[in-house]
Design a protein around this ligand. Sequence first.
Ligand SMILES: Nc1ncnc2c1ncn2[C@@H]1O[C@H](COP(=O)(O)OP(=O)(O)OP(=O)(O)O)[C@@H](O)[C@H]1O
Ligand SMILES: [Mg+2]
Length: 140
Amino acid sequence: MKILYPTDGSKTAKAAIEFVVDIAKAQGGKVIVLSVAEKVGYLGVEYKEVEESLLKFARDFAHQAAEEIKSKGVEAEERVELGRPADIIVEIARKEGVDAIVMGTHGWTGLARAIIGSVADRVIRHAPCPVILVPTKIED
Ligand SMILES: Nc1ncnc2c1ncn2[C@@H]1O[C@H](COP(=O)(O)OP(=O)(O)OP(=O)(O)O)[C@@H](O)[C@H]1O
Ligand SMILES: [Mg+2]
């Protein structure tokens, strides 16, 4: 079983790791950890610099999560991409033929009033496979 675990490094995304590991172990699966750096512009040095720093964060988030998953005895591969997060998540799910996507209900923005975040919302509308959204407690 192939599981796609997209992470933006947020607390809610991190909270999904436990479930990712459980399901991978139960099904004998491997995990693709994906962090997407949001594309900020098309031209200009300043955009490139912002993108470079977003890519650096994305690499760190993917690496940290993959290390944590591997430390729990599950095979994990890291991927980092630049683009629109939800579209990249859906595209990779399709290309890799994953069996499931496991992600958080919220991310960095974590607006308590939104039932789910916009990336989660777009992924469930377009995903080619089942999507499992893992919540965390909302502190208000
Ligand atoms: N850039 C990203 N790369 C990989 N996964 C992401 C990215 N952004 C969000 N995710 C995944 O989507 C889940 C939901 O995050 P989402 O961005 O939808 O919520 P939010 O940040 O609270 O709201 P919004 O982004 O709409 O303001 C996260 O827990 C994470 O698993
Ligand atoms: Mg977000």
